[in-house]
Design a protein around this ligand. Structure first.
Ligand code: GLN
Length: 449
């Protein structure tokens, strides 16, 4: 009831596209009854969770914040949702986001932008903006979002909450609407590292419905915290802190934080990372290519929105449905992706980008043979004003510079809210560790918090 009240009071933030009032209250009452018979409660008993509108919840609308899926009803649960429910969680509603998770500001939703509750003139970040604001403003305890190139960490940074993207393959993607399948990963927004760890443990693990998910046993993440006080070997990219796009106050805060880390006995070293300038182009070539293929299924025939055309021609029906159903940013990416995959340009763009991705993976392996973690700013600026950057897509793409690396390499990464900017907005530190080493990621993050 308390969370439903807050959602009602803060409706103008536009964080939720739908709230499951009655259903959530019923679920809570049922959990109360169940509780009497149990000697031990399941790990998420009564935990109030919100779901980004790209995660399938059976019998509920699933729209990817797009007109093309308006009024589409999910026919099965995402594996992560099944696991949440089995652990006693209550799903309170469906959260606003950028259309098909494409964006960095939540301004690309077909259902209007989301406002940052710290300063309502500013964006919450994206694409999982509604999920970040829900935790920020106390509308739920945790949210599930998706992170293809930063969509959990970047809005967490802008909103001052914890945002965790696990290793690619840690959590099943079954029931997550695909944007770029070799990058997509479900992520968690929470108020603390510990909360994120508890949820991670519940939703991770092998799944027959997703062949890319790892068969590895899931560590007891919750129990692993707090870890023993340990001195870590930490690297940071020289080029990341020297980057001209990085806000001066953020640079200063991160630099003095690094100094403090050294003083407290950690080894912190600057390493060369010449590939940094290539990460954003590589990311946008590969993700748009994958998106153009993934989104071809939305043709106006099988799902959702169908245009009303007079002449009954099938190609015209596809064209009209996709032109009317998809927003501008999604159309831009489908066209970019189709272009980089086209016969004449395939080798110049797609193959080249795959080669760069391989180089990044090799370099990552090499770095983690020498260091436990890499730290960086999460985003080069704090949350900007609504409308401020929406006319320049390239500028918006470039701001993904620090987050896309983890998705290209498939490694786990987290944004922890450690700082406050002179402009009054929060910002975070990004920590990354080696594949499947979420235990070190969580331990180090908690130690730094
Ligand atoms: N901002 C990035 C993009 O627009 C990241 C999106 C995401 O992680 N889903 O592609």
């Amino acid at each position: 009831r308390c969370y439903l009240d807050v959602i009602r009071q803060k409706k103008h933030l536009n964080a939720f596209l739908e709230v499951y009032d009655d259903e959530a209250l019923k679920a809570a009452a049922a959990l109360d009854l169940q509780r009497n018979g149990l000697s031990e409660l399941p790990p998420l008993h009564g935990v109030v969770v919100g779901l980004k509108d790209v995660i399938s919840y059976k019998g509920h609308t699933l729209s990817a914040a797009s007109r093309i899926l308006e009024n589409f009803t999910a026919v099965y649960n995402a594996t992560a949702v099944d696991k949440l429910l089995a652990a006693g969680a209550i799903v309170i509603g469906r959260q606003n986001c950028d259309e098909f998770a494409m964006g960095s500001s939540n301004e690309n939703s077909a259902f209007g932008p989301v406002k940052n509750s710290i300063d309502e003139e500013r964006v919450p970040g994206g694409s999982s903006g509604g999920s970040a604001v829900s935790v920020q403003a106390g509308m739920c305890m945790v949210s599930l979002g998706s992170d293809t190139g930063g969509s959990v960490r970047q809005p967490a940074d802008f909103c001052g909450v914890v945002g965790l993207k696990p290793t690619y393959g840690r959590i099943s993607r079954y029931g997550l609407i695909a944007y770029a399948s070799s990058f997509d990963q479900i992520g968690i927004f929470a108020n603390s590292v510990e909360d994120a760890a508890i949820v991670l443990e519940v939703i991770s693990g092998a799944d027959d419905f997703d062949s890319t998910v790892s068969q590895r046993e899931v560590p007891a993440f919750a129990e692993a915290l707090p870890g023993p006080e340990k001195k870590y070997r930490i690297a940071y990219f020289k080029e990341a802190l020297e980057h001209p796009g990085l806000d001066a106050a953020i640079r200063t805060s991160i630099e003095s934080f690094i100094k403090k880390l050294t003083e407290s006995g950690h080894v912190v070293e600057a390493v060369d990372f010449e590939l940094l300038e290539h990460v954003v182009p590589t990311y946008y070539v590969l993700t748009t290519a994958e998106a153009s293929s993934n989104l071809s299924r939305f043709d106006g025939v099988r799902y959702g929105y169908r245009a009303n055309i007079a002449n009954g021609d099938l190609t015209e029906l596809y064209k009209a449905s996709r032109s009317e159903g998809f927003g501008k940013e999604v159309q831009r990416r489908i066209m970019l992706g189709t272009f980089v995959l086209s016969a004449g340009y395939f080798d110049a763009y797609f193959t080249k980008a795959q080669q760069v991705r391989q180089l990044l993976c090799d370099r990552t392996k090499q770095l983690f043979s020498n260091y436990d973690a890499i730290v960086s700013p999460t985003v080069p600026s704090t949350a900007f004003k609504i409308g401020e950057k929406s006319s320049d897509p390239v500028e918006m793409f470039l701001a993904d510079i620090y987050t896309v690396f983890a998705n290209l390499a498939g490694i786990p990464a987290i944004s922890i809210p450690l700082f406050k900017h002179p402009d009054g907005m929060p910002f975070g530190l990004q920590v990354m560790t080696s594949h499947f080493d979420e235990v070190s990621l969580l331990r180090l993050s908690q130690q730094l918090t």
